[in-house]
Ligand binder design. Structure first.
Ligand code: HPA
Length: 246
């Protein structure tokens, strides 16, 4: 059976409407993943789901055991991962509640365990020219168009260390660097997946204007409001993608 995984971000700790047939709670050489992985069968497709921040959401972006998460999916024979990430919008088109399928990223994180190489389990110098899988991105865009979701189909994702949000000057610098959206969780997730030859794409939901990009203060209440509204659209998009693949 073909296997795909969805890694849920903030606001997405479960997939709606899918019957769970198994739950995986396996240790990895890097420790336990963020949460048990739930398994669903749809026709001839197996869908695994892992909430990146745990369930309930307790693990901060810089504290996530990215290696355990990706290794656990690899050990379960997953060949494709769709990652869902909540992000801030930097450039004009990246308005709150928009879904964005980035094609590039710039990594500003530091101090995160970012390779399987040190254990001899991967090549050190992976080709990362195109960090997100073109094929999976296409599938996401097709599914989004079918659900009539309002998406942006190319963007550059700035991955910051967090857990604090950025200063206005930091966001200006990120914009000058060519970034469109900013979040804290696409790295090292994307490169770890590449080390293990797993196809990986990101489905980002904009939940706020990045620092200095609007006159309104960034509040958790507003972020959570946009998360709730936007994640409904993400659930619909995931259901369409799964339906198209199964
Ligand atoms: N910055 C960084 N990460 C984020 C943001 C932001 O503004 N919004 C959601 N995740």
């Amino acid at each position: 059976m073909r296997k795909i995984a969805i890694i849920g971000g903030s606001g997405l700790t479960e997939l709606a409407g899918l019957e769970i047939v198994d739950t995986l709670e396996r240790d990895t050489p890097w420790g336990m993943p963020s949460a048990p992985i739930t398994v669903t069968h749809i026709n001839n497709l197996e869908v695994l789901f892992l909430p990146r921040h745990g369930n309930p959401h307790t693990i901060l972006p810089d504290q996530i055991n990215y290696r355990a998460n990706i290794w656990a999916l690899h050990a379960a024979d997953v060949s494709e991962i769709i990652a869902v990430n909540a992000v801030g919008g930097i450039t004009q088109a990246m308005t709150p509640r928009r879904i964005v399928i980035p094609d590039q990223l710039i990594d500003y994180t530091h101090g995160r365990a970012a390779t399987f190489y040190e254990a001899g389990l991967a090549e050190p110098h992976i080709d990362f020219t195109h960090p997100y899988s073109a094929s999976l991105r296409r599938q996401l865009i097709v599914a989004a168009n079918k659900t009539q979701a309002d998406i942006v189909a190319t963007a550059t994702y700035a991955v910051t260390q967090g857990p604090r949000l950025e200063t206005a000057a930091e966001i200006l610098r990120l914009e000058k660097d060519g970034n469109d959206i900013v979040g804290m969780t696409s790295m090292p997730e994307a490169s770890l997946a590449r080390e293990l030859a797993i196809d990986y794409a990101c489905c980002a939901l904009v939940v706020n204007w990045a620092a200095g990009k609007s006159d309104v203060a960034i509040t958790m209440a507003a972020i959570e409001h946009n998360l709730r509204a936007g994640m409904d659209k993400i659930q619909t998009l995931m259901a369409m993608l799964i339906n198209n693949k199964s």
